[in-house]
Design a protein around this ligand. Structure first.
Ligand code: ASP
Length: 420
C-alpha cells in the first residue's frame, strides 16, 4: 500500500497516538518548567476542561445511541424468527463467552491491581456508592418515568425499553413494523455517525487529558497505564488462544485451521479497530473454514454488533482500574454488577473505533464509578481498542463453528486452492 493512502486511512489513529505522546511530553515538561504543583493548577484546569468537552459530547449522544442500536438489533433478530434454533444457540454462546471474558477482566483487575500505583482524587461532588440491595438491583432495571430514561445513568432501563419497543414493532405491527425497523436502523446509523463526528475532536481530548494527567499526577500515571495494557493484552490473548481453541475443537475443527484463516480478519480488526469493517473478511474466513452460508450469514453480522468478548474483558478491567485509581472500595455485590454491566455493555457497544470506551458511561454508571474515568481511559484507547476488536471478531467465528455443529449443519471440507 502506498504511503499516502495509508496515512489517509489511519490519520485519526495516527493523530490520536501522536496526541498521546505529545501530551505526555508536554505534561512532563510542565512538571520540569513549573516544579511547584500548586502553580500548575490553572494550566491543569484548562487542559482538563478541553478533555472534559469530549466526555460531555459523548454523554449527550449515549442515550440516543443505546436506544437506536438496541431497538434496531432487536427488530432485526425478531424478523429472523424462522431461524430460531440458530439464534438460540448463538445467543447462548455469544453471551456465555462474553460473561467468561468479563470474568477474566475482573480477575485480572483483582489479582494484578493495575490502578493501584496512583491515587487520584475523586471528582468534586462524588459520593462513594453504597452496595445496592437485591430490591435496588431489581428496580434499577425499570425507570420511574420517561424523562429519566434519557439520563446516562439510566442506560440499563433504556436498553429494556428499546428491546420492548423493537419487539412491539415487529410482532404487533405487521408490515408497518418493517418500516419502523428500517427507521430504527437509520437512527442507529445516524447515532454512530454522530459519534464519528465527535471522534474528530478525540486527538485534542487525548492530548489535553494526557498532558493533564502527567502534570497533575506525575509520571507514575504511565506506570499505571502500562500495567493496565499488560493485564488487558495478557488475558485477552489467553481468551483468544485457549478458550477459542476449545470452542473450535468442540465444533469439530482443528484449531490450527481456525487460527490460519482467522489471521486476516484479526489483522484487519486490529488495525482498523472496527468489527464492522472486519465483517466481510470474517465472512470470507468462515467460508474458508467450511461453515455453510446459511449459518455464517446470520451469526456473523449479528455477532459483529452483539458479541464482543474483547470489549467485555476491557470494560470489566476498566471498572476495576478506575475504582483502584480513585481508591473507591468495591464489594462482592459490586463485582457482580461489574460482570453484569460489562456483559450488557459489550452487547450494546457499537462496532466502531472507541465504541467500547463510549459505552463505559453505562458500565461506570451501573457500578457507581465517576464518569470522569472515561476520559482517563480515552488516553490509551488506541492501544486498548486494537486488541479488543481483534478478539471481538475472532470470537464470532469461533462460536459460529460450534453453532454449525450444534444446529445439525456440517462443516464443508475447505476447497483446495486449485479448484476454480
Ligand atoms: N472497536 C470495537 C469493535 O469494533 C468496539 C470497542 O470499542 O470495544 O469491535
Amino acid at each position: 500500500m502506498e504511503k499516502t493512502s495509508f496515512t489517509r486511512r489511519y490519520w485519526l489513529l495516527i493523530a490520536i497516538l501522536l496526541a498521546f505522546v505529545l501530551g505526555i511530553v508536554v505534561g512532563y515538561a510542565l512538571t520540569l518548567a513549573i516544579p511547584e504543583a500548586a502553580a500548575r493548577s490553572d494550566i491543569n484546569n484548562w487542559l482538563k476542561a478541553f478533555g472534559d468537552i469530549f466526555v460531555r459530547l459523548i454523554r449527550i449522544i449515549i442515550p440516543v445511541l443505546i436506544f437506536f442500536t438496541i431497538a434496531a438489533a432487536t427488530s432485526s433478530i425478531a424478523n429472523a424468527r424462522k431461524l430460531g434454533i440458530i439464534l438460540l444457540w448463538m445467543l447462548i454462546l455469544y453471551i456465555g463467552t462474553s460473561i467468561l471474558a468479563a470474568f477474566w477482566g475482573l480477575l485480572g483487575g483483582l489479582v494484578f491491581q493495575p490502578g493501584s500505583a496512583v491515587r487520584l482524587k475523586p471528582p468534586p461532588g462524588y459520593t462513594p456508592p453504597k452496595p445496592p440491595s437485591g430490591v435496588d438491583i431489581l428496580l434499577s432495571f425499570f425507570q420511574t418515568d420517561f424523562n429519566a430514561l434519557l439520563a446516562v445513568g439510566g442506560s440499563m432501563t433504556m436498553i429494556i425499553f428499546a428491546i420492548i419497543l423493537g419487539v412491539a414493532a415487529v410482532i404487533f405491527m405487521g408490515e408497518r413494523g418493517r418500516t419502523v425497523a428500517r427507521f430504527l436502523e437509520l437512527g442507529s446509523d445516524l447515532s454512530v455517525s454522530v459519534v464519528r463526528v465527535i471522534m474528530y475532536y478525540a486527538p485534542v481530548a487525548v492530548f489535553c487529558y494526557s498532558a493533564w494527567l502527567i502534570s497533575q499526577y506525575g509520571p507514575q500515571m504511565l506506570q499505571a497505564y502500562g500495567s493496565f495494557l499488560l493485564v488487558q493484552y495478557g488475558f485477552t490473548i489467553f481468551h483468544f488462544i485457549v478458550i477459542y481453541s476449545i470452542i473450535v475443537a468442540l465444533g469439530g475443527l482443528n484449531p490450527i485451521t481456525y487460527f490460519k484463516y482467522q489471521l486476516t480478519p484479526f489483522i484487519i480488526a486490529f488495525t482498523t479497530r472496527s468489527s464492522a469493517v472486519a465483517l466481510p473478511y470474517n465472512m470470507e474466513a468462515s467460508k474458508k473454514m467450511g461453515v455453510p452460508d446459511e449459518v455464517y450469514k446470520i451469526t456473523l453480522p449479528i455477532g459483529a454488533t452483539v458479541n464482543m468478548d474483547g470489549t467485555a474483558l476491557y470494560q470489566a478491567l476498566s471498572a476495576l482500574f478506575i475504582a483502584q485509581l480513585y481508591g473507591i472500595p468495591l464489594t462482592p455485590a459490586h463485582y457482580g454488577l461489574v460482570l453484569f454491566a460489562a456483559t450488557v455493555g459489550s452487547v450494546a457497544t457499537a462496532a466502531i473505533p472507541g465504541g467500547g470506551t463510549v459505552m463505559l458511561a453505562f458500565v461506570f454508571s451501573v457500578v457507581g464509578l465517576p464518569l470522569e474515568g472515561i476520559g482517563i481511559m480515552w488516553v490509551i484507547d488506541a492501544f486498548a481498542d486494537a486488541i479488543r476488536t481483534a478478539i471481538n471478531c475472532s470470537g464470532d467465528n469461533a462460536c459460529t463453528i460450534l453453532i454449525t455443529k450444534l444446529t445439525g449443519y456440517k462443516l464443508i471440507k475447505p476447497e483446495s486452492p486449485k479448484t476454480p
